[in-house]
Write a protein that binds this ligand. Structure first.
Ligand code: HPA
Length: 249
C-alpha cells in the first residue's frame, strides 16, 4: 500500500518522472480536494501525488481547500507527506534556486479553514481539540530531505522558519521586514494550514521550500516576469532532491 505522498506546489502541478498507475477523486466532508490523487512510482518508490493548486494550476493559495486535501490523503492511507512549495528568500543564505528545509513556521494567514476540529466536523467523534504543534515538521522526513539535498549537490539550507502569508499578492517591503524581525527566513503562501491539518490527522509532514525569488524589498521589487523561469529551475532542483530523499525513506 502507498503510504508516502508528495504535495506539489507552483511549478509542480505535474510531477515529471512519476509513472502513474491510477488516479482517484476522493469525496470529503469538506468538499472536493484540489484534484484527483495520482498513484504511481517515482524514483522506484511507490508514491501518491496531489497537485495543491489543481492539475491546471487554477486554484490560488487562499482558495485551496486544505481540509479536503488532507482529509483525502488521510482517507487513502497516507502517513507521510513531503510538501513542495515555492517561497521568497528573506535570509541572505536563502538565494534563488536554493531549497530550504524549514524546521519552524509562523502563520500570518487569515480567513482560511484551518482545522478539522472546527466544532462541527471533528475527527472520530471529537469536535474540539488543540493539538501540540511545538515542532511542526517531522524530524526524519526533514533529515531525508537534507540528506537527499546534500547527495544531489543542490544548494540546501537545512533549517529555517517559514512565514506563511495569505496572498495571493506578494508582500510589502515592511511586511517582509517585520517577518525578518520575527525570525522568518522564507515567505510563502501555502505552508499553513496544511502542516497543522497533517498533524491533526497524524500524518508525518515535512516541507521542501524552493526559493524562486528574493522576498519583496530584499533586492528591490520582486521581478514577477522572471518568476516562470526561476520556478522551473527551482522545481527541477527540488525533483532531484526528492528522488534521492525518497530513496532513503
Ligand atoms: N512571497 C510569498 N510567496 C512567494 C514568494 C514571496 O516572495 N515567492 C514565491 N512564493
Amino acid at each position: 500500500m502507498t503510504t508516502l505522498a508528495i504535495i506539489g506546489g507552483t511549478g509542480l502541478s505535474r510531477m515529471e518522472g512519476l509513472s502513474i498507475d491510477r488516479r482517484e477523486m476522493i469525496k470529503t466532508p469538506f468538499g472536493a480536494p484540489s484534484c484527483p490523487i495520482l498513484f504511481g512510482e517515482f524514483g522506484g518508490v511507490s508514491v501518491a501525488f496531489l497537485a495543491r493548486h489543481g492539475s491546471k494550476h487554477q486554484i490560488p493559495p487562499h482558495q485551496i481547500n486544505y481540509c479536503a486535501n488532507l482529509w483525502a490523503l488521510n482517507s487513502v492511507g497516507i502517513n507521510r507527506i513531503i510538501a513542495v512549495g515555492a517561497v521568497g528568500g528573506i535570509a541572505d543564505d536563502c538565494s534563488t534556486g536554493s531549497v530550504v528545509v524549514p524546521d519552524q513556521i509562523i502563520d500570518y494567514t487569515h480567513g482560511r479553514e484551518n482545522s478539522f476540529y472546527d466544532g462541527t466536523h471533528g475527527l472520530e467523534g471529537v469536535t474540539v481539540r488543540a493539538i501540540d504543534f511545538t515542532e511542526p515538521y517531522d524530524a526524519s522526513l526533514r533529515q531525508a530531505l537534507i540528506d537527499g539535498g546534500q547527495a544531489s549537490g543542490e544548494t540546501v539550507v537545512s533549517s529555517g522558519t517559514y512565514g506563511v502569508s495569505s496572498g495571493p499578492r506578494l508582500e510589502t517591503a515592511a511586511e517582509v521586514r517585520r517577518m525578518e524581525r520575527d525570525g522568518c527566513t522564507v515567505v510563502g503562501m501555502t505552508g499553513m494550514p496544511e502542516a497543522a491539518l497533517a498533524r491533526e490527522v497524524g500524518i508525518a509532514y515535512a516541507c521542501c521550500a524552493v526559493v524562486v525569488t528574493k522576498a519583496a524589498g530584499k533586492d528591490g521589487p520582486v521581478d514577477t516576469n522572471a518568476l516562470p523561469a526561476s520556478v522551473e529551475g527551482g522545481m527541477k532542483n527540488a525533483r532531484n532532491i526528492l528522488e534521492l530523499a525518497i530513496a532513503k525513506l
